[in-house]
Write a protein that binds this ligand. Structure first.
Ligand code: CP
Ligand code: NVA
Length: 293
């Protein structure tokens, strides 16, 4: 039987996503530790660096009684030393699941196609579904009810926006995105695109941004910095949102580019709650996958 995978939030429906959020909140309230993964290992395959995703997956697997096995690109040479298909066909013989952070979304897709154990996307160029679950949990904590909220996205039409927008739409959250010309998302998303950051932020319940130069785009850094000029979330821009508005950022932050320290440090910044919630979102997803396997 093919295992359940979590390559992006579009494998969920609104009811399943709502249940994942309820479960993540429940796990967080109890600072849950359990034995559901006892005797099982999860492979964490990372082609790119990570603080939050690696840490929260390792802690989540451990706190559910399992063993996280971190495999970095230097060590295993995914698709270089050995084909992605063969890595999948090896790992599935030893582990209960695979989480993978990859450059190309096709790589995590190939792992899922060739491994008969659940595969979780720990970030690809197209999606970041674990982040989206944590983001919605954070918004729900801030505003109680997600339905009817408006979130202003300011910046790149990237992987973080893609998963967030799809998950947000499922929960009745409207996303208005200020994206510079030439950086629109590569696939249609349930968002309204505007070009002017102030227009997007005006009256919003939350303002969300991410780096201008994602991992793997370093060669484009100079051009991106110039194309994104005017898209920095400053205190003045943040003030255009509702007086109760929250600030979100998936982190890491590149201060002086997409955001300044005063906004990340603002009393209504929720960025470290988002980071904290990555743990509880990861646990909820791992438990959901373990039940479906
Ligand atoms: N937000 C996020 O995914 O952070 P890391 O790149 O540190 O995992
Ligand atoms: N868009 C960023 C997110 C990092 C968590 C990247 O892909 O590097």
């Amino acid at each position: 039987m093919q295992a359940r995978d979590f390559l992006d939030v579009d494998v969920l429906d609104p009811e399943t996503l709502g249940a994942l959020l309820d479960r993540a909140a429940w796990l967080k309230a109890r600072r849950y530790r359990g034995t559901e993964l006892a005797g099982r290992t999860w492979a964490l395959v990372f082609e790119k660096p990570s603080l939050r995703t690696r840490s929260t997956l390792e802690v989540a697997v451990y706190e559910l009684g399992g063993h996280p096995l971190y495999l970095d690109q230097k060590g295993i040479g995914l698709g270089v030393r050995e084909s992605v298909r063969d890595v999948a066909r090896n790992l599935e013989r030893w582990v209960a699941g695979i989480a993978a952070r990859v450059h190309d979304h096709a790589t995590v897709r190939a792992l899922a196609d060739h491994a008969r154990v659940p595969v979780v996307n720990a970030l690809s160029d197209r999606a970041h579904p674990l982040q989206a679950v944590a983001d919605l949990l954070t918004l729900r904590e801030a505003f109680m009810d997600l339905k009817g909220l408006t979130v202003a996205w300011v910046g790149d039409g990237n992987n973080v926006l893609a998963s967030f927008a799809k998950a947000a739409a499922m929960m009745g959250v409207r996303v208005v995105a200020a994206i510079p010309e030439g950086y629109d998302p590569p696939e249609p998303l349930p968002i309204e695109i505007v070009r002017d950051p102030e227009a997007a932020v005006r009256g919003a319940d939350a303002v969300y941004t991410d780096v201008w130069v994602s991992m793997g785009q370093e060669a484009e850094a100079e051009r991106r910095r110039s194309d994104f000029a005017g898209f920095t979330v400053t205190p003045a821009l943040f003030e255009r949102a509702k007086p109760t508005a929250a600030f979100l950022h998936c982190l890491p932050a590149h201060y002086g580019e997409e955001v300044v320290e005063a906004v990340v440090d603002h009393p209504r910044s929720r960025v470290f709650d988002q980071a904290e919630n990555r743990l509880h979102a990861a646990k909820a997803v791992l438990l959901w996958l373990a039940e479906g396997a």
